[in-house]
Write a protein that binds this ligand. Structure first.
Ligand code: ANZ
Ligand code: ZN
Length: 872
């Protein structure tokens, strides 16, 4: 047979699929639904093969589920707003929209090249006014329902990009794109009230059984629930000179370690605490200190890694359980947004407090003794002890365990009344803060608000939505072009009619990606968020994407859907029933003698197998495999793979060898291996058709060989189905390889002997099963083979091979044993055990040894899978 010509066949089949619209999904299809989705891409330019892995995995699931009789939704769209488009606009003097849509056009073609079974009719781009207009409507509903609000808040300010950064956009104290040192600033911002949902977001995680444990744990830690105590410390101020008059009477702290109260050696306020601000108003040195603290980002990680800094206010507080008075500091590591913005510090049992106390020479009193340690020999001079143990140096708490001491302090302080409230009150805190969505950027969804000097922030009336981005903007100055636009922001107040200004902030792009999966549910051209459609399709049955989105995107989407549910827009609470986080594709890197990166296609081997530069022969250094990335040039464009091997090979390679959650290395040996296997499937099918040219009815009886082949084929279909359900693609591929060997042997044997009707049937069936099983993985090849098999229609629309449960029965047989013609017993052996193996097993039986009286048998005749005759 001829070689399979992927280059010719692949575009041909893609055209046929496209023309027949077979991946177009309809909402009125009565079959059970299955929604598979890969995280939609940011249209950054061109894709490389490393981007393809999750789409291919999703495609295998989509195609498999279609074969299993589901109405499958497998859509694609573009996370099209965001900063890179603006940066590109600045660099190339083009419009962000133009850049974005050009990238979308390129990437769409590249994705099509991969032969993905996507319903392109539902394609969306989040920068389309019909999409972001609905998002503005949702924003206003959030606002009305109390899920969105505006407040002043400290933000990470990037002084080069002139924008607010999210915490995760601050890397080592610098802006993720500009590299500039980040500052903290106060700005009026719009927020979504996600922190109110902390408890339900936490509880909801327990229902997500088909999510990786790892991701659930990451979300749990991010939400960060803790149980502790609010404690009021009374200020003991004999009004010193220079202190403002009306100081508050007390400072409230939040602690999760009330058991360490007798180890407290100071109180610390956040630089943004109201009391700090009050003191700083009349204290220039403190004001300067606060200013210094504002340098650096606002994230917890950021603040934790900064050097501890403190300012002694000179104030003292009384210990609530009659310990010594404590000095009050302002400290840079205390966050205003957590707890009460004030803490008591126990240096012996907390690292931050320890660092602080060491620096400012404060007492370090241990109060928790580790198990089995002598108090006389216990020291915290080298560092704090943060573990469990027994209380000491702690009066009424001495001898108690940490949990018992926590309880005792809580009870004592709850019962101590000051004014008319208890000194201590139990409290639950969450690390999760409200989601700040304002971005001072052009290329995002405009926040539909008008600011009026008299009426304040006023929602844009419904009939004026969407608030469209103006096209005529310039990027010749830093900052937000919406601010500088001559006319866009100048409007009249919808309430009083006076001159007013549009909100010029746009939404965080994480808002765009928090509901796009619900948009896909509606038929193209209909309302973007239709309840009925969303209820029909959601939750997404299988969501696939990178683990880098484990926290924010997935948490925001969960919050968004829960809020839409409360607003009556959807019925479900959790958007993603199944989640899979795939590993990356890595590739070697190459450098020339001057240390410049080289593309893989610029490198070849010389006569001695050494890597050299193509054309020049200059030596090349090979670096370890790393994540494919444009910056290191270790990328492979899908076009090259398609041209050389065909995309089916690339697909097969991406699924084979490595478990899908692990990183997989792209090598030429690997892709060539895939190519050989694709050719092998083609040959096996061709050979089967030569030996068994006609489709025949199933015979009643099967010989041993045909039966064995049929068993293998049915088992293959059953097992691969299970593998794909569990996304164990590499295991599925290994099974196909094993089956190819079995099939190959059967074909070789058939060539030597007679092709009886039962064997002919089995050969054709095996070929059909093989093609069916690989169809989700190598769909183009499968169509071509389907034709060779003379099957009608497309395999893309065919059913999964029908497995006969009888043929899956256990792979062992029970053989009766006769000695000199008389039945004496039986033996269970593997169905495919050779006569020699059976003979050995029979001779090892006690009953044979007894019957033979220790003598060797004359002869043993094994009829495979039937009977064993022993001649004594
Ligand atoms: C005294 C103490 C002693 C603490 C000790 C810890 C260990 P989680 O578990 O994350 O909730 N804390 C409270 N509010 C803070 C804020 N706004 N900024 C920085 N730190 C703050 O952490 C709670 C603990 O973090 C609290 O318990 C408090 O220090 C500190 F041996 O109180 B602890
Ligand atoms: Zn007004």
């Amino acid at each position: 047979t001829e070689r399979y010509n992927a280059r010719e066949a692949e575009p041909r089949w893609q055209k046929i699929w496209d023309e027949r619209g077979i991946y177009r999904t309809r909402n009125d299809d009565p079959r059970p639904k299955y929604y598979v989705l890969e995280m939609f891409p940011y249209p950054s330019g061109r894709i490389h093969i490393g981007h393809g892995r999750n789409y291919v995995m999703g495609d295998v699931v989509a195609r498999f589920k279609r074969m299993k009789g589901f109405n499958v939704l497998h859509p694609m769209g573009w996370d099209a707003f965001g900063l890179p488009a603006e940066n590109a606009a600045i660099e190339r003097r083009t419009h962000p929209g133009k850049w974005t849509y050009e990238n979308i056009a390129t990437m769409r073609e590249q994705l099509k090249l991969l032969g993905l079974s996507l319903d392109w009719s539902r394609e969306i781009a989040t920068c389309d006014p019909s999409y972001y207009g609905e998002q503005q409507r949702i924003f206003l509903e959030f606002l009305k329902g109390g899920f969105a609000y505006r407040r002043e808040s400290e933000v990470n300010w990037d002084p080069v990009d002139n924008t607010v950064l999210a915490n995760e956009q601050v890397i080592d104290g610098r802006g993720w794109r500009s590299g500039a040192l980040v500052e903290r600033r106060k700005l009026a911002q719009w927020f979504f009230r996600i922190s109110d949902a902390s408890e339900e977001l936490l509880a909801g995680l327990d229902t997500l059984e088909r999510w990786p444990d790892k991701v659930r744990l990451m979300q749990r830690n991010w939400i960060g629930r803790s149980e502790g105590l609010h404690v009021r410390f009374v200020l003991d101020h004999t009004p010193a000179e220079g202190l403002p008059e009306a100081l508050p009477a007390e400072i409230k702290v939040y602690t999760t370690r009330p058991d360490t109260l007798f180890g407290a050696s100071f109180l610390a306020l956040s630089p943004s605490h109201p009391l700090t601000e009050q003191l700083a108003a009349t204290n220039p040195a403190l004001a300067t200190f606060v200013e210094e603290c504002r340098r650096g980002g606002t994230s917890t990680a950021e603040i934790e890694t900064q050097e501890k800094m403190g300012y002694d206010t000179g104030l003292k507080v009384r210990h609530p359980l009659d310990g010594p008075d404590l000095p009050v500091y302002v400290a840079n590591f205390v966050l205003m947004e957590y707890g009460t913005g004030a803490i008591f510090g126990c240096p012996a049992h907390d690292q931050r407090d320890f660092d602080f106390a060491t620096k400012y020479d404060l007492p370090i009193t241990p109060v928790v003794l580790p198990p089995d340690v002598d108090p006389a020999s216990f020291s915290v001079a080298d560092g704090p002890y943060e573990g469990e143990g027994t209380l000491f140096n702690s009066r009424l708490l001495d001898g108690l365990t940490v949990p018992a001491a926590k309880e005792k302090v809580a009870l004592a302080l709850e019962n101590q009344i000051l004014g008319n409230a208890p000194v201590g009150e139990r409290a639950v805190n969450y690390r999760l803060r409200d989601w700040g969505i304002s971005r001072q950027r052009y290329w995002g969804c405009p926040i539909p608000i008008i600011h009026c000097d008299t009426c304040g922030p006023v929602p844009v009336p419904e009939d004026q939505l969407p608030v469209r981005l103006p096209d005529d903007v310039s990027f010749d100055q830093p900052g937000n072009p919406l601010d500088r636009h001559p006319s866009w922001k100048h409007v009249n107040c919808p309430q009083c009619g006076a001159g007013a200004r549009r909100e010029t902030d746009t939404m965080d792009t994480f808002v765009d990606s928090s509901w796009y999966f619900a948009r896909f549910a509606s038929e193209p051209g209909s309302d973007p968020l239709q309840k009925q459609a969303a209820d029909q399709w959601l939750p997404v049955d299988q969501y696939i994407g990178g683990v880098e989105h484990a926290i924010l995107h997935l948490l925001y989407s969960r919050f968004f859907i829960r809020t839409l549910n409360k607003l009556g827009r959807v019925s479900l609470k959790e958007p993603f029933a199944g989640l899979f986080t795939q590993g990356m594709i890595v590739h070697e890197t190459y450098k020339d003698t001057e240390g410049r990166w080289l593309f893989p296609e610029e490198v070849e081997r010389d006569g001695e197998g050494r890597p050299v530069k193509v054309g020049t022969g200059e030596p090349v250094t090979i670096g370890l495999p790393e994540k494919m990335s444009k910056s290191k040039k270790n990328v492979v464009p899908p076009e090259i793979v398609a041209d050389t091997y065909g995309v089916d090979c690339a697909r097969w390679f991406m699924l084979a060898d490595t478990p899908p959650e692990r990183d997989s290395e792209w090598t030429s040996a690997g892709i060539e291996g895939a190519w050989r296997f694709v050719q092998r499937i083609w040959r096996l099918v061709g050979d089967a058709v030569v030996l068994a040219p006609d489709e025949i009815d199933r015979p009643v009886d099967f010989g041993a060989e045909s039966l064995a082949l049929r068993r293998s084929a049915h088992k293959l279909a059953a097992q691969v189905a299970e593998d794909v359900e569990r996304l164990r693609f590499n295991v599925a591929v290994a099974r196909v390889h094993a089956f190819a060997n079995v099939f190959n042997d059967a074909l070789a044997a058939a060539r030597k002997g007679d092709v009886t009707p039962d064997l002919a049937f089995a050969l054709r069936e095996a070929a059909t099963f093989l093609v069916g099983v690989v169809a989700p993985m190598v769909p183009h090849l499968a169509e071509e083979c389907w034709q060779v098999l003379g099957r009608a229609g497309l395999i893309a629309e065919a059913a999964w091979p029908a497995v006969d449960p009888d043929l899956l029965a256990e792979d062992s047989v029970t053989l009766p044993i006769q000695i000199n013609g008389k039945r004496r017993g039986e033996i269970v052996v593997a169905r495919d055990a050779s006569p020699a193996e059976v003979e050995k097993a029979v001779l090892a039986l006690d009953l044979i040894a007894q019957a033979l009286d220790g003598r060797a048998p004359k002869r043993i005749i094994v009829v495979p899978q039937r009977i064993v005759n022993v001649v004594a």
